[in-house]
Design a protein around this ligand. Structure first.
Ligand SMILES: [Zn+2]
Length: 581
């Protein structure tokens, strides 16, 4: 059985029998006499609490949406009352619900219904899938999909419109790169978007913020648009209706709960998107806690600032939260748009560029910080990371010391001098372990562009943590799957599914299982200023708990990714349950 997300009932009817058993077992001790009974007890488990003061427990009692008690079997037994439902975990591992600190929930949800090219590694395979998708959806005026990898288009690393024109000449096709920073389109799309050889690359405040890839001989667009050039096409794609978005989000919620997610931070969003989540919350249908960031505009006008204020004022409960502003400082390494201190190794002409001038960004951060917003900044190249840290440091100096918890997102390649600044400034390193899954795209494109000298500081989870940074892990779904267990596996192994490379990719940057779990639970809550509400299993905290198919501490690290989630509880309510538990 899967989700119970849409039901108002607290527990499935099938639990009636267990309920009876619970009643028979109830010892009705002192707590019961005081009337403190749990609604739900998980017993006989191996419960990883993520609370350093009490790391392991056997049972947990839940009342309403919160945790009543965590402890040994005997202690928790006293919370059973006549109405308590007891679930026997039969020794299974349980842990706090996963907090995915960087996700794009609406995009991911909409993508569930689009073509996925995630695991298509060759041009013929990609073309076959597009052809079949087009044939299967004759009613769709636009064919949308995502997930292509640069490495499939050797040697240039970029596809062309011709490859799509051969299969679908008559309808617009838009295929987003797996990293979300480029799109690949056919000629029909270019025509509908009005892109020809005279269309300039987009600029913002004098800074080039997007690239229309062109044929060097003719100047014609080749069919790939990078960064903000994507918007030229996005403007002409019909937008899904509110109902279509709600339907997609409901599917996304099921997908998230099925993988153990109970909280996420949306790394891009809008007030309209927050309204959708809030609408579902009011109906009792929201089963993942949503913090949503609004996008930092290049200049902060009064109307922009009041929109940010509105987002924070209207959405400030434990289900739907605002108050976070997201900036994009640069692009990605694979397409040479990440901003580097030194040129890319494969092309000394290129070193990427910043989307803001350093002074413009600093002024924005100082102003947002003065208003007590939390700023989170996408920064992948070492130059972008340094620029973000400089602005954060300026806010600290100008506005005075405060518990601000600024974040930097991704941090794929960092200058070692900047590593200790995270700890010193209290900046959270928000990273996505599965982004460094060692497959050909990482070796042949990413690592080639970075070059051997910078390689030791690739996805430097270990060094950042050792220097005092708090890590907050996530998926960046739909960039990669939202399954946290493949992320945890990669965080501790940095190996592919076949155990390659034997030591792991830049093995010194692996983290321990404890560190990885903290980054998906306790420290994720900290990164949201929600550590008093969630992230560990402790009395008084929200009852967000998951039960796993296997004990992460008992299996070989290379097997962690095979874990599935047997039970997901959010706010005391069962939202996903596998058969057999
Ligand atoms: Zn992202």
């Amino acid at each position: 059985m899967k989700t119970r997300g849409r039901s108002k009932a607290r527990l499935p009817r099938a639990l009636g029998l267990l309920l009876l058993v619970a009643v028979m077992w109830c010892e009705c001790p002192a707590k019961a006499a005081e009337g403190i009974h749990a609604d739900l007890v998980l017993s006989n488990g191996r419960i990883y609490t993520a609370n350093p003061a009490q790391p392991w427990a056997k049972a947990i009692a839940i009342r309403g949406e919160r945790i009543l008690a965590v402890g040994e079997e005997q202690e928790i037994r006293s919370f059973r009352g006549p109405g308590t439902i007891v679930i026997d975990l039969a020794g299974r591992m349980a842990m706090p619900g996963i907090i995915d600190s960087h996700i794009h929930f609406l995009d991911g949800s909409l993508a569930l219904d689009q073509l996925s090219l995630d695991d298509a590694y060759t041009i013929p395979e990609i073309q076959r899938r597009v052809r079949e998708f087009a044939a299967a959806h004759p009613e769709r005026p636009w064919l949308l999909g995502r997930g292509w990898l640069y490495d499939a288009f050797k040697p240039s690393g970029l596809p062309t419109k011709r490859l799509l024109d051969e299969i679908v000449p008559d309808r617009p096709v838009v295929m987003e790169c797996y990293d979300g920073h480029s799109i690949w389109v056919n000629s029909k799309t270019l025509a509908l978007a009005g892109i020809d050889k005279n269309t300039p690359d987009p600029k913002q405040g004098g800074v080039t913020v997007g690239i229309i890839v062109r044929d060097p001989a003719t100047g014609e667009a080749t069919g790939v648009l990078k960064e903000d050039a994507v918007e030229i096409v996005r403007r002409v794609i019909p937008q899904p209706s509110r109902d279509e978005k709600l339907r997609a989000i409901r599917n996304g919620l099921q997908e998230a709960n099925r993988h153990g997610l109970t909280s996420v931070v949306n790394a891009s969003g809008s007030i309209e998107e927050m309204e959708l989540y809030d609408q579902l919350r009011k109906k009792g249908e929201l089963t993942v806690r949503m913090t949503t960031a609004l996008m930092m505009q290049p200049t902060l006008s009064e109307s922009t600032l009041s929109m940010y204020e509105e987002g924070r004022r209207r959405f400030q409960n434990e289900w739907v939260r605002g108050g976070v502003i997201k900036a994009f400082m640069d692009g990605v390494v694979e397409s040479h748009t990440a901003a580097m201190l030194e040129p890319y190794s494969d092309d000394p002409q290129l070193s990427g560029s910043l989307n803001y001038t350093p002074s413009q960004f600093r002024d924005n951060v100082v102003e947002l910080d003065r208003r007590h917003f939390q700023v989170i900044t996408h920064a992948i190249g070492d130059r972008a990371i340094r620029t973000a840290l400089d602005a954060y440091q300026a806010a600290d100096q100008i506005n005075g010391p405060r518990d601000r918890r600024f974040r930097i997102e991704h941090i794929e390649t960092i200058n070692p001098q900047d590593i200790p600044r995270f700890g010193r400034l209290g900046v959270i390193a928000s990273m996505q372990p599965y982004h460094c899954y060692p497959e050909s795209n990482l070796f042949n494109v990413w690592a080639r562009n970075i070059g051997p000298q910078r390689l030791p500081y690739s996805f430097a989870w270990h060094d950042l943590a050792a220097a005092g940074a708090k890590l907050a892990f996530g998926s960046d779904w739909p960039v990669v799957s939202l399954d946290p267990f493949i992320g945890i596996q990669n965080a501790v192994t940095r190996q592919d599914q076949d155990g390659r490379p034997p030591e792991g990719f830049v093995s010194a940057q692996k983290v321990t299982l404890d560190q990885a779990l903290a980054a998906y639970t306790r420290d994720g809550a900290f990164a949201e200023f929600q550590e008093s509400e969630k992230g560990t299993l402790e009395p008084g905290k929200l009852a967000d708990v998951i039960v796993l198919s296997q004990d992460l501490f008992a299996v070989r690290p290379i097997e962690i990714g095979k874990t599935h989630v047997a039970l997901t509880i959010v706010g005391g309510k069962i939202v996903h349950r596998e058969e057999g538990l």
